[in-house]
Design a protein around this ligand. Structure first.
Ligand SMILES: Cc1cc2nc3c(=O)[nH]c(=O)nc-3n(C[C@H](O)[C@H](O)[C@H](O)COP(=O)(O)OP(=O)(O)OC[C@H]3O[C@@H](n4cnc5c(N)ncnc54)[C@H](O)[C@@H]3O)c2cc1C
Length: 376
């Protein structure tokens, strides 16, 4: 008999899992999304390291129009005054067809959605109650409809309220004391940086990341600035009080439409009280953006679940949780180190940062250990 899987949330993690399940005719699946439509907002870039590109290629990502993605070969480090410190070779971990990739989030979501049949994606659906009886999961939705499945996969993002409903416990992510500001930048406005590469510019209590998201060189900008929750200043004032104080010429980067949102991280990952319920992506754990691994990890988790379900693994929940926890702890530690390193305020520590960065990017063992373990 076919195994049935319900996925809650049509984000990067949920849609990747759905696409993987579609490759195996032993599975039946439905993705339940709370919104009316998928969020295909333009101008939001995402970096995908090879650990996730290898999974995406299994569902045809390598066939996607080559103009719609970009493969940067270097990550350039700069101080806030445009002085280049050093660069890191991103191609070290590439294979012939599996390369470090940058892309618009909307293009990735659209690619993942297009491959699914319309009846496998249901909108305006939110869970009200879940129970597990005889190895089956019964799902009750707020609109009164129900479904009975073999596995329930929760992929509803950072504010996963489904988790609180299922586990009968209140889960809330923690504000990390910083905001993200995003914009699109014209390539002419970044003449101080190499527009072929990812540029990381480090200021005091703030850093910026710039990268092209396609072959037309549309540039994505994301800026992370430490900020107290109670500080209600406008984006413009926040920028003026932080990075623009250090380098007023950076104002050229902020001419386009600006969007901002608070940075949240999760408390510890949990195993569900129900054996056949699993969490993936930001619903499992929300990382700081300083390792650019959020989307990649949700794709990796989708691949792990697909493999365990395909193998009919009897100890699926424990096996999945153990591996995911190991990966989460590793990436979380690196993300926190990066967060500290990118936001150094002390002048002496800034000098030390330059000294160490220049050496570390050339140290093969360090790079293999620091990044290779994540990109494997
Ligand atoms: C500033 C910033 C920069 C980032 N940059 C990168 C990067 O460069 N590379 C990278 O890998 N990652 C990056 N990330 C992280 C990445 O965007 C997320 O980790 C990733 O999108 C998580 O995917 P997901 O599928 O878990 O959740 P999402 O993509 O958030 O999807 C969740 C889905 O669930 C739906 N949903 C929510 N609640 C319910 C409900 N109750 N019922 C049904 N559906 C529901 C939502 O509408 C949404 O469609 C960044 C994050 C930030 C904040």
């Amino acid at each position: 008999m076919k195994k049935k899987i319900a996925i809650i949330g049509a984000g990067i993690g949920g849609l990747t899992l759905a696409n993987l399940l579609k490759t195996n005719s032993n599975f039946e699946f439905v993705v339940y999304e709370k919104e009316d439509v998928l969020n295909l907002e333009e101008g939001y870039g995402i970096q995908l390291s090879v650990n996730s590109v290898s999974t995406l290629n299994k569902i045809g990502f390598d066939q996607l129009n080559k103009n719609d993605k970009y493969h940067p070969s270097k990550l350039d480090f700069y101080s806030i005054n445009y002085n280049k410190i050093c660069d890191l070779d991103l191609t070290k971990f590439n294979f012939e067809n599996i390369q470090y990739t940058t892309i618009k989030r909307s293009i990735l979501i659209n690619f993942l959605k297009e491959k699914l049949f319309s009846n496998s994606l249901m909108f305006r659906k939110k869970i009200n109650k879940v129970e597990e009886i005889d190895e089956k999961v019964n799902i009750h939705f707020i609109d009164g409809s129900t479904d009975t499945v073999d596995y329930l996969i929760i992929s509803d993002g950072v504010f996963s309220n489904t988790k609180s409903i299922i586990e009968k416990n209140f889960f809330k992510p923690n504000y990390h004391g910083a905001i993200a500001i995003r914009s699109q930048v014209r390539v002419e406005d970044i003449s101080n940086f190499n527009s072929n590469n990812v540029s990381l510019i480090m200021g005091t209590d703030a850093h910026l990341v710039l990268y092209p998201v396609n072959k037309q060189k549309e540039i994505n900008l994301v800026c992370i600035i430490r900020k107290k929750l109670e500080d209600n200043n406008s984006i413009k004032v926040i920028l003026e009080n932080s990075i623009l104080k250090e380098n007023k010429n950076l104002v050229n980067l902020f001419q386009g439409e600006l969007k901002s949102w608070p940075i949240y991280t999760s408390s510890k990952p949990i195993k569900s009280i129900y054996k056949n319920v699993l969490y993936i992506g930001d619903a499992f754990y929300t990382f700081l953006p300083t390792m650019a691994q959020g989307a990649s990890q949700s794709i990796e988790a989708a691949s792990e679940i697909f493999k365990l379900i395909s193998d009919n693994n009897k100890d699926l929940q424990n096996k999945y949780f153990k591996k995911r926890l190991e990966r989460t702890n590793l990436i979380n530690k690196r993300s926190k180190i990066n967060y500290f390193g990118f936001h150094i305020a002390n002048p002496l520590l800034k000098i030390l940062r330059i000294f160490f960065l220049k050496r570390l990017v050339r140290n093969k063992n360090f790079i293999q250990n620091y990044l290779g373990k994540i990109y494997q």
